[in-house]
Design a protein around this ligand. Structure first.
Ligand code: NAI
Length: 454
């Protein structure tokens, strides 16, 4: 039996970062990964998608080249070359994670690990023929796509007519007609790439807005911008069947059918709870491992982070939850906060949000006010952009006169949202924020400008 201080199961963002932090703190760590280090994020999610979306953005920029005083002839994109670049980017980053783990002295074991026992002696983890005894375990096994119970979906997946984002990211050629089931984050980012590459894209969403829980103004404006680029949206529409050559749906107008060459299924993800024997007794609710704000499960010395606890399924949530778990193991007081986790949709323009949305504030009956300021308040934005639709929306609690939500649509949104997160997270007073000096010209300045419009 091999002995370690901590075992980490799953080598995605939550797992590899936790293993690194623990090893840096002097713990003897073993990380188990059955597939590739980097998990869904690096191998088949965030990073590959961003690589594709960079091509989409560049293509769009070329279309506006004349505005920037550049004559460009014969712009054409090569999807296979895009895939090759994606593979290089992924290889580089996965290599970086491997090196980071090696440099800090963490042991990486390739294989499927199972927590078999947790008692006074420690936690027993089996991987293949080898048993490991560890003091603490961090479960970080992520999530898998939800496969909807739609007639024909299983057959369509088996035949390759329907795909999840994992397979679509590797598709060899751009389908002529792509139907996307689910207008959430994956649906929007995939629609943005394939539309830019010339596919005719239809997104079918059963709710009345795209982007899930994003602020209503962001959702509406993003939808309008994407429609102008050629994406068709069918909202309040329920898919009833995936047939051999298309998708059947129903909505208030009746039934419809969209002929398709490929169908993307992206209706959410569910926790992948696979690495603990039932006898251990780790509590779950609807498949998600229950955790407290220290990332502890109901079983002492077993922690669960990332998509596995389904609190907020984003890579950066997993990073932070990993830090909290690591601190708790090291005896450092730390607590997870979910109210200030930002989110970004990497369409063009990109959307970034933190804090409450207008619809949240209304539902909660808060006494609040909103201000909406065009991104054109920023000189840099106007100088560098061809898009007119960008805005910053601030939501302020009237009782405390503090910012409670910031929602941005426009280039750099994902980069400047952290500033808003700090303002909200640290409960800065609006008058104090107004005194902060922002470099000029930057896009971030628009945050400060918006405050003066309140
Ligand atoms: P999602 O939960 O964001 O969106 C799924 C959408 O599908 C929802 O709007 C839902 O109403 C709709 N839907 C469900 N069943 C449907 C049906 N039968 N017909 C039509 N619409 C239906 O899930 P998504 O897009 O699959 O993403 C999965 C996870 O990955 C999410 O947690 C997301 O946050 C994360 N992710 C984050 C990214 C980012 O941060 N930029 C990028 C990609 C994924």
């Amino acid at each position: 039996m091999e002995k370690f201080d901590v075992g980490v199961i799953g080598g995605g963002p939550g797992g590899y970062s936790s293993a690194t932090r623990l090893a840096q703190a002097g713990k003897k760590v073993v990380l188990f990964e059955k597939d590739n280090l980097g998990g869904v994020c690096l191998n088949e999610g965030c990073i590959p998608t961003k690589t594709l979306l960079m091509t989409a953005k560049t293509l769009e920029l070329f279309k506006h080249a004349k505005d920037f005083g550049i004559a460009v002839a014969d712009v054409c994109a090569d999807h296979k070359a895009v895939l090759a670049r994606k593979a290089r980017v992924v290889r580089k980053l996965v290599g970086g994670v491997k090196l980071q783990l090696k440099n800090c002295g963490a042991t990486v074991v390739k294989g499927e690990a199972l927590v078999e026992k947790a008692d006074g002696d420690g936690v027993t983890v089996r991987c293949g023929e080898v048993e490991y005894l560890v003091d603490d375990v961090i479960l970080a096994t992520g999530s898998v796509p939800v496969l909807p119970r739609i007639e024909g979906a299983a057959d369509a997946l088996a035949s390759g007519f329907a795909l999840t984002s994992k397979e679509l990211l590797d598709i060899e050629s751009v389908p002529q007609r792509l139907t996307v089931i689910g207008g959430g984050v994956i649906g929007l980012e995939m629609a943005a790439y394939f539309c830019a590459m010339g596919a005719s894209v239809t997104v079918i969403e059963m709710l009345s807005q795209i982007g899930g829980a994003v602020d209503c103004t962001v959702a509406k404006t993003l939808q309008t911008v994407m429609e102008k680029k050629g994406v068709t949206f069918l909202l309040d529409s329920k898919v009833t069947q995936i047939a051999e050559n298309g998708v059947r749906y129903e909505n208030a107008d009746g039934e419809g059918f969209i002929e398709s060459d490929k169908v993307l299924l992206c209706v959410g993800r569910k926790p992948n709870f696979c690495s603990v024997s039932p006898e251990v007794g780790v509590a779950t609710e609807r498949g998600a491992v229950l955790t407290d704000d220290k990332m502890r499960t109901n079983i002492a010395h077993i922690y669960a982070i990332g998509d596995l606890n389904a609190k907020i399924m984003l890579a950066h949530t997993a990073y932070r939850e990993g830090e909290v778990a690591v601190h708790t193991i090291l005896g450092v007081d730390d607590t997870m906060r979910y109210d200030i986790i930002p989110s970004v949709i990497y369409t063009n323009p990109e959307a970034a949000c933190v804090g409450v949305t207008e619809q949240d504030a209304q539902k909660k009956g808060l006494n609040f006010r909103c201000v909406n300021v065009s991104m054109n308040y920023s000189g840099r934005y106007v100088a560098e952009s061809y898009s007119q639709e960008g805005f910053v929306k601030l939501i302020v609690d009237n009782d405390s006169n503090k910012l409670i939500g910031v929602h941005i649509l426009g280039s750099y949104a994902g980069e400047i949202i952290t500033t808003a997160e700090v303002f909200i997270g640290k409960s800065f007073d609006i008058e104090e924020i107004k005194k902060i000096v922002f470099p000029h010209p930057t896009v971030c300045e628009v945050l400060k400008e918006a405050l003066f419009e309140l």
